[in-house]
Ligand binder design. Sequence first.
Ligand code: ADP
Ligand code: ADP
Length: 227
Amino acid sequence: TEAIRVKGLSYSYPDGTPALEDIDLTINEGEKIVIIGPNGAGKTTFFLHLNGTLKSQDDRILIKGKDINDMDNTERIHKVGIVFQDPDDQLFMPTIFDDVAFGPINMGLPEDQVKERVKKALSKVALEGFEERVPHNLSYGQKKRVALAAVLSMEPDILILDEPTANLDPKSRSDFIKVINKLNREGITTMIAMHDVNALPDLADRVYVLNKRIIAEGSPMEIFSDW
Ligand code: ADP
Ligand code: ADP
């Protein structure tokens, strides 16, 4: 079944800058997709459509068969979790517990379930017991994992990550890739935007190359052979 289906999505900014042109893509449940594209290719613009910041015409973006325009915030956040590039944009509470609990509290879950969700999310990113730590004092790689945990605590079906390996040292990068791959093996559909083609084979079953339009689609092998 289809996790995400995009049909003929185009978008230009109010000043006339074209950002997306007639995008068609389909991501099946459980797949691991990478979207490769240079700066300015439209990756962020695409994600802003998936988190409701930018509105498309009806029937352009379907999440598990349902038009994204027919979903309220709570439903959309429960289906699609987005981890943006800079964790400092996502972590704004005094403790890690508060950051990771923010989504579940907003979903109206009772306190014991909130605690359970936070514990589970932190264990998935290998930060067990970090609840009372202060985000500000963590390393960049740890902050990235907290930002991921804050999305996982909402238990989304689809996980989207913008440049997850950017600015990480090699060890943190490989740790983070392991976390993502484990989540995918456990059943979460993953869509990753990046321009670091070195990490491609580890992170993608299938690749879309984006430059405002989709200019290629295939397995990492296929994409590399005519790169
Ligand atoms: P990427 O995330 O792949 O770097 P973006 O989605 O940020 O690409 O940008 C796609 C295009 O839209 C670029 O040409 C960019 O300059 C332009 N753009 C992005 N944000 C705005 C904005 N707020 N106003 C006008 N143009 C924008
Ligand atoms: P990314 O690192 O995801 O590619 P960018 O560096 O392209 O993001 O953009 C950073 C911010 O600047 C974004 O909020 C984007 O919307 C905005 N932006 C990018 N290009 C333009 C533009 N031509 N005009 C106005 N805002 C822009």
